[in-house]
Design a binder for this molecule. Structure first.
Ligand code: TRP
Length: 453
């Protein structure tokens, strides 16, 4: 069928390597920084429940579909969609999906890199002992002073972009595996230790109650959209990142099993982050809806107060930075792969261009936390606009199209062969989820937000 040898496209060294890389892409700022603060802004339990339902019913089936499209074509997303439409005799407009993915990836990376830069900056703050015995208001002052300085934010954003490019230029399936192999287990241990600290704050059950007892009166149409968008964001779905990772996957590996492992690990990290953070929020009379600064205003309190907190603080922000790195490379890789494979760029030149564009875009996000904080369109600053446009609109639209393509356009015999599910029943369940449940859910959430329903 598809000739893979002539494309110069790489392959993961093993199933384990693939799981590590894809988990590395999924687990990142989305789990530890974004999930807690959007949960706080959207009232807690009910929001968490909708998010979990979206992961299970929309995210997992679409992740299987996206991996499958990548592996079947063994191409970068733009070319993959061109090739797969030909194979299915479908309309050639489907390749715009690949295009939207490339744009969404760069837009997300532009603000992702800025926030990852905060995490890197906090490694230094932890190291110099800024958090030791600091109370909640001192920690907040540190954060406020930091984000009010465009120069500092620009410095850390630039550093993080450079680190991302330094890895991507070598190719994602070279060298990345080792980093993730040690990072993931270490990150889990640290999250459990932080949960242990949360238990000592005296507000542990208040935190759990906030996270897990749903109050549906707090749920607005926009909260539901945010929860759904976050399911896409946290699993890296809807823009071709998982497609490009799937394209490096060899044919003998079970897609369904690996997807369950990746989605399970991702969800666990997010929930642990929530369980660690909200008790600290309540114990210090902070507000759950403090926005993007939430983890930077809460976790340092824990590091300042606990024994061994100095070292834990350093380790935590190092790991968060590395977790962000293993995600950021998947945001830029579809663009780089396409520039190299289709436009004849060298890998260096492709990194320079895509990285340069993203770096410049990031300046908009930096300014939205200080000099342009009052500049708003539709009541949102630049960072919030970019986040809404990508996570709440582009990713769900991309995911919707992937679902339609996998469920309705691609021949069933192809998807069945590619997914190679443990039983025909499980294939049928996937087929129903991908053809009906996932696209209809996305569609209805959109209708609801627009106000038609
Ligand atoms: N999933 C990552 C996180 O949770 C972010 C991310 C990486 C991403 N690649 C992506 C989001 C592709 C959307 C699409 O931090």
């Amino acid at each position: 069928m598809i000739d893979t040898k002539s494309t110069g496209h790489g392959t993961w060294s093993s199933r384990f390597a693939y799981i590590l890389a894809a988990t590395g892409s999924a687990v990142g700022l989305g789990n530890i920084w974004k999930f807690p603060y959007i949960t706080g802004e959207n009232g807690g339990g009910a929001f968490v429940l909708v998010y979990l339902a979206c992961v299970l019913l929309i995210g997992i089936p679409i992740m299987m579909a996206e991996t499958m499209l990548g592996r079947r074509s063994q191409r970068n997303p733009i070319e993959a969609m061109e090739l797969l439409t030909k194979e299915s005799n479908a309309d050639s407009n489907w390749h715009y999906l690949g295009w939207m993915g490339v744009i969404a990836g760069l837009l997300i990376l532009s603000y992702y890199s800025v926030i990852a830069g905060w995490s890197t900056a906090y490694v230094l703050k932890a190291f110099t002992g800024s958090f030791i015995d600091a109370d909640a208001s001192a920690i907040k002052t540190i954060f406020d002073n930091f984000i009010s300085s465009p120069i500092q934010l620009l410095f850390w954003h630039s550093l993080f972009m450079l680190a991302t490019l330094a890895i991507v230029v070598r190719g994602v399936n070279n060298g990345l595996e080792k980093a993730v192999q040690y990072l993931m287990p270490a990150l889990f241990v640290l999250m459990f230790l932080l949960v242990g600290y949360a238990m000592t704050t005296g507000s542990y059950f208040q935190g759990l109650h906030f996270l897990f007892s749903p109050d549906f009166s707090k749920l607005t149409a926009n909260s539901v959209l945010t929860a759904m968008g976050h399911a896409f964001f946290t699993l890296s779905l809807g823009m071709g990142a998982i497609m490009v990772y799937g394209s490096y996957l060899s044919k003998d590996i079970s897609i369904s099993k690996t997807v369950f492992i990746i989605a399970g690990a991702d969800t666990l990290v997010a929930l642990l982050a929530g369980i660690a953070i909200f008790p600290i929020v309540f114990a210090n009379n902070l507000h759950p809806n403090s926005g993007p600064g939430l983890i930077f205003e809460t976790l340092p309190i824990a590091f300042g107060a606990m024994t061994g907190g100095w070292l834990m603080g350093i380790l935590f922000f190092v790991m968060l930075t590395v977790a962000a790195l293993t995600s950021s490379i998947s945001l830029i890789e579809p663009t780089v792969a396409w520039l190299v494979e289709n436009k004849g760029f060298t890998r260096e030149k492709a990194c320079l261009w895509s990285g340069g564009v993203t770096w410049i875009l990031g300046i908009g996000t930096i300014f939205s936390f200080n000099v342009w904080s009052d500049f708003k369109i539709f009541e949102r600053n630049i960072f919030q606009l970019l986040d809404y446009l990508t996570a709440n609109l582009m990713l769900p639209i991309g995911g919707f199209c992937i679902a339609i393509f996998a469920g309705w356009i691609m021949l069933a015999q192809h998807s069945e062969a590619e997914l190679n599910m443990p039983s025909t029943e499980s294939y049928k369940i996937w087929k129903i989820l991908i053809s009906y449940v996932a696209p209809a859910s996305v569609f209805f959430v959109f209708l609801h937000v627009v106000g038609v329903l």
